[in-house]
Design a binder for this molecule. Structure first.
Ligand code: PMV
Length: 336
């Protein structure tokens, strides 16, 4: 029984993915663009084992919930059918950050699972094919195969909906200050259902979708030019436009808490004092602030003092996902 361990970092979208055009294939309605973050990593070990009658999934030291196991099984079925493998797998996964809190654990989780599961099944996929496969687990996971800035293509067909890295002189310089609001408790609306509900019921969804290509073009130009002052305002506006569309859904999808707004206000104040700081928010109450290595400690210090902010982390850009060297692979213990 060969166990393979892979490590992937989560990513935070600078231009958000919010809505699918094909739910079964997980094809995004539009492109997106993200920054992979070193501080938010997941390690996942997979071993296919003929002795198992079902897939087993351990998440952060405890058996995973039934719906999470079912989601992993659906994903492993794709790998099994590509590899011609018919046995069940043991999956052990550990997040170095709070799970299911809007901190993109599905992105790093499915990217690490795609690499570990394909290797354990004897497949050696190219990064682009891993990205396409990871997308089937979670749209944002397609981006976590790569490091630094990453562009996701909406694509025409499933084979065209992959991510790829975007080179930028900003990759070394940027940081994200991650302000956890409300202690990393599970979020109220999963992104999968919330984006579908927004697309179906929000009168603002069409406006959001029309804006995304313009934001992508502007962000790509800013990245190519290494121009953080051009990048930042688009990142903030794009996130708020995504949330505006969600808030206008019926019934509304509102992720923000009072401390979320307090962070936005502090960030605006810091910017007025000449600090490089632009906020973004995903499917949860936390705020991630795009900044520079020089300004990150000042922002972190200000945010730590806020009521309702329970933790603050600074992250640099993360590396591409990878499988551990086979010399470090250890066999998973059998069922006790
Ligand atoms: O990959 P999913 O299905 O968890 O969706 C991610 C949605 C956002 O995090 C809100 C935006 C994004 O592009 O990551």
């Amino acid at each position: 029984m060969v166990a393979v361990t892979a490590r992937a970092c989560a990513n935070i979208a600078l231009v958000k993915y919010w809505g699918k055009r094909d739910a079964a294939l997980n094809l995004p309605a539009a492109g997106s663009l993200s920054l992979t973050l070193a501080a938010l990593a997941t390690e996942t070990t997979v071993a296919f084992d003929p002795a198992l009658s079902d897939d087993t999934v351990e998440l952060d030291g405890a058996p995973a919930r039934r719906e999470d196991v079912a989601r992993v099984t659906r994903f492993l079925d794709l790998v099994r059918s590509q590899a011609g493998v018919h046995v069940r797998a043991r999956v052990v996964t550990r997040n170095e950050f709070p799970t299911a809190s809007g901190l993109a654990s599905s992105a790093s989780g499915f990217a690490a699972l795609a690499i570990a599961a394909t290797r354990a099944a004897g497949l050696h996929l190219a990064p682009r094919d891993l990205s396409i496969l990871a997308r089937r687990g979670s749209g944002s996971a397609a981006r976590s195969i790569f490091g630094g800035f990453v562009r996701m293509h909406a694509g025409g067909t499933s084979a065209e909906a992959f991510a790829e890295p975007v080179a930028s002189p900003l990759a070394e310089r940027v940081r994200m200050v991650i302000a956890i609001v409300g202690g990393g408790t599970p979020k109220l609306h999963g992104s999968r259902d919330a984006m579908e509900h927004t697309a179906k019921t929000s009168p603002l969804y069409r406006g959001w979708l029309d804006q995304v290509p313009r934001d992508l073009a502007a962000v790509e130009a800013a990245l190519a030019a290494g121009d953080l002052d051009a990048l930042g305002p688009i990142v903030e506006a794009n996130a708020l436009a995504m949330h505006a569309s969600a808030i206008a859904a019926r019934p509304p999808v509102l992720y923000w808490r009072p401390a979320t707004l307090a962070v936005l206000a502090v960030v605006r104040g810091l910017r007025e004092c000449g600090i490089a700081a632009w906020p973004t928010i995903d499917a949860g109450p936390h705020v991630k602030v795009l900044t520079t290595a020089e300004d990150a400690p000042t922002i972190a210090m200000q945010l730590r003092n806020l009521d309702g902010v329970t933790a603050v982390t600074i992250s640099a850009a993360g590396e591409p996902a990878y499988a551990f060297d086979p010399a470090r692979i250890v066999a998973l213990p059998g069922p006790s």
